[in-house]
Design a protein around this ligand. Structure first.
Ligand code: ATP
Ligand code: MG
Length: 749
């Protein structure tokens, strides 16, 4: 079997060990995803397993599509019938078939985060609570947290120990909101994202015949990025694999970055307990990155206390040193990134798609985008306000949703007065109150609105009903594309957009056309046996941001670190390496939080194959203000032997740098606000009261120095001249450290 040659011995072992529980916990770039791909190919090709019996759960739908392609390449066989996708999309499909068992219609709507927040806002208002205390986003994240731990509202409401002290005191009505939210979703025939998992658990718990059906079907279960599964996802997987026990999970505890969404590293530890005859595979060879990058990544993650010990190494070349780029402002940071990409592309004959720019928060993309645009470098943004989040798209989708599910409250609110029909908020409120206070289905209420609305309003609502009914007939008779086109036209939505002749208006019109194109594509695709509008709506409700990007033009990728998981690029820029931005100020409540931020840094660095750049700016516009920034503490944690200062700065900036360090402004080892930093892993030295950095140009071996953070030490060795001049210093309490002298703040004693 030729394809097995593309694997090293432990990888091969993991591929060939098809039966029984297998766990691969290994470092970044060591071939975990590759093993899963080969494993599926092997199951089908060598073991004759029917693709229909294989379930594999990936981080994005795009990752699943790529896996399918690779499998086809490996064995020349169609892997189309394997079940591959994210947890959410896979279980949404199952729920659609089994919905009636848990009291839902099979055409249930999936609420996105906006819908959920809007519903919470309505509920908070109806309960006459303060929406500053019960902020929709906070409430939603509490509810989501509960659901991901499988805590139903009944339990949440009645068990005082579940709520945090903070919530019990500050948000005493949380439980009731949770209850009303669930009831309202149910009434609307809607599930939010977390419900897809929560309800699958309920389904499998209460309907053993259904569970058994899927247990029989999925003889082989595989999970990629296992470190980021939450309790709810883990339980589903475990139940599905309970009969055959052929379960293979792969992950890396060092890349666990979704604790805030309830992902629980405990899963990895529990897995060994749950499967005593578990076969564990260790992969330690990295195939993705150069030695320098691997060494840097190892030095970063070594600072975390909570981690399983791994020794990652690579046979790849040494490669270039990691480049540190310092910019005076966020705009200059953008320019430096863009010019570097431009030059590297030309010098090394690379494509745009070989580059990625990764940031901690979406808003950082602006300055990078501007610079790339100026240099005519094509880029694409993954994430951010994606296509399906745009208002005009949501409006048309709301029409389609409401036609398919007449109880969908959020869709109803969007379209009842769009395009304008003269129906005000009061009328809408009256309708909702009539439905929910008297427990009457929404669709029934609006069909009989004349009983509680004035003549004109009632007539308008009647017309609306007639229109929706006629759309319903079209949906039954036509395929999704024909029906949607007709609805876009007859609802007046297209006309409304068409009449707006501004550039934005034109854009919106084109976007709606683009949505119709997407529906056409869906209908024409032989992989989608079901062409109904309901099936299409379900499909797109679950596309993650990564999946939405169909664009195949050669472009630089801009994305948050979170969405870069599992991917690789020849050259990677991690931008905004500044205190409070990365590590993020918002996520810095405890040491655990700092460790999670550090894992993010590890994920970001390990995306790079050939070259990694770390950039930071001295000033940045944030929250509408110009802020002075300090270099991120993470920069100090990278092994200095793998890093160098970008040459680009040698002239103007290097001079500025030297001046700065003598003035004691921000520098590489930025300790200015040390006392304000919430958490640091090592015990930090308190600098002497008269501490002032010395000019280190003439620093000699054997000199005694004081470092503001590492304390007193002796210079053992000085290497490399110029801007990359380094000193190895033996510190009394921190051991030997190598510091870049142009950045390190040292007082020569
Ligand atoms: P991550 O933790 O980032 O998800 P991973 O462990 O899933 O990484 P892969 O993406 O599977 O790693 O592999 C990283 C790269 O190394 C890929 O380009 C893959 O094709 C390559 N690779 C892995 N194993 C081998 C091998 N035995 N021979 C050649 N290339 C390999
Ligand atoms: Mg992977």
């Amino acid at each position: 079997m030729d394809y097995l040659k593309g694997l090293n011995p432990p990888q091969r072992e993991a591929v060939e060990r098809t039966d029984g529980p297998v766990m691969i916990i290994a470092g970044a770039g060591s071939g975990k995803t590759r093993v899963l791909t080969y494993r599926i190919a092997h199951l089908i090709h060598a073991k004759g397993v029917d693709p229909f019996n294989i379930l594999s759960l990936t981080f994005t739908n795009k990752a699943a599509a790529e896996m399918k392609l690779r499998i086809e390449k490996l064995i020349g066989l169609d892997a189309r019938n394997t079940w591959m996708g994210t947890f959410h999309s896979t279980f949404a499909k199952i729920l659609r078939v089994e919905a009636d068992k848990i009291g839902y219609p099979s055409n249930f709507t999936i609420y996105d985060t906006d819908d959920s927040k809007s519903l919470i806002r309505t509920i908070v208002k109806e309960m006459k609570l303060d929406d500053k205390v019960y902020k929709p986003s906070t409430v939603l994240s509490r509810i989501s947290g509960a659901k991901n731990r499988l805590i139903a509202w009944e339990t949440y409401l009645n068990d005082p120990y579940i709520k945090s002290d903070d919530d019990a005191a500050m948000k005493p009505r949380m439980g009731e909101i949770y209850k009303n939210y669930q009831k309202r979703l149910f009434r609307s025939g809607a599930m939010d994202f977390d419900d897809l998992l929560f309800n699958t658990n309920i389904l499998f718990r209460d309907h053993l015949d259904v569970l058994n059906k899927y247990q029989q079907r999925f003889k082989y279960v595989m999970v990629d990025e296992f470190q980021d599964t939450n309790v709810s996802q883990y339980l589903i997987t475990k139940k599905l694999a309970a009969v055959h026990q052929n379960i293979c999970v792969v992950g890396d505890d060092a890349q666990s970055i979704y604790a805030f969404r309830g992902a629980d590293i405990q899963n990895i530890l529990n897995f060994e307990k749950d499967y005593p005859d578990l076969f564990v595979v260790k992969l330690e060879q990295n195939y993705r990155s150069t030695k320098n990058i691997v060494q840097a990544a190892n030095s970063i993650i070594a600072k975390n206390k909570a981690q399983l010990k791994k020794d990652i190494w690579t046979q790849n070349t040494e490669g270039d040193l990691i480049e540190l780029i310092k910019a005076s402002s966020d705009n200059e940071e953008g320019r430096l990134v863009a010019t570097t990409i431009f030059e590297e592309k030309n010098n090394k004959k690379l494509n745009n798609s070989d580059f990625a720019v990764l940031y901690r928060t979406n808003s950082q993309s602006r300055s990078i985008e501007e610079a790339l645009r100026k240099m005519n470098i094509t880029y694409k943004i993954v994430g951010g306000l994606s296509f399906y989040q745009r208002k005009e798209i949501k409006d048309l989708l709301a029409y389609l949703r409401f036609v398919v599910n007449h109880e969908d409250e959020e869709a109803f609110k969007r379209i009842i007065n769009y395009p304008k029909r003269g129906i005000g908020d009061t009328t809408v409120e009256k309708i909702l109150v009539a439905a929910y206070d008297h427990d009457i289905p929404l669709w029934h209420v609006i069909q009989n609105s004349s009983s509680f609305l004035g003549g004109r309003a009632a007539n308008t609502v009647d017309d609306f009903c007639t229109m929706i009914k006629s759309f319903g007939i079209e949906v039954e008779r036509k395929d999704a594309f024909e029906a949607a086109s007709s609805i876009a036209k007859q609802s007046g939505l297209l006309k409304d957009l068409y009449e707006d002749k501004t550039i934005e208006g034109l854009n919106r019109y084109e976007n709606v056309q683009e949505l119709l194109n997407a529906i056409k594509e869906y209908v024409d695709n032989p992989e989608n046996p079901e062409k109904s509008l309901g099936a299409f709506l379900q499909e797109i409700a679950l596309l993650t941001d990564n999946d939405r990007n169909k664009d195949t033009t050669d472009s630089v990728t801009l994305m948050t670190i979170h969405s870069s998981k599992g991917l690789e690029f020849k050259q990677v820029f991690v931008v905004g390496m500044e205190e409070d931005l990365f590590p993020s100020q918002m996520m810095m409540q405890s040491r655990e939080d700092l460790e999670e931020e550090r894992r993010l840094f590890y994920v970001a660095s390990t995306r790079a194959m050939d070259k990694l750049y770390l950039t930071y700016a001295l000033t940045r516009y944030r929250f509408g203000r110009l802020l002075n920034c300090e270099p991120s503490r993470f920069l100090e944690e990278v092994d200095p032997m793998c890093i160098k200062v970008n040459k680009r700065m040698t002239s103007a900036l290097a001079g500025a740098l030297r001046n700065e360090s003598s003035e004691g402004k921000s520098g590489f080892v930025g300790i200015k606000n040390q006392s304000q930093r919430p958490m640091t892993t090592a015990k930090i030295h308190t600098p002497s009261p008269d501490f002032k950095p010395s000019n280190t140009n003439n620093l000699q071996e054997g000199a005694k120095v004081e470092h503001p953070k590492f304390g007193f030490g002796l210079v053992n060795k000085i290497e490399t001249e110029g801007i990359n001049r380094k000193a190895s210093i033996q510190f009394d309490n921190f051991g030997e450290k190598t510091l870049l002298l142009s950045f390190a703040k040292l007082r020569i004693i």
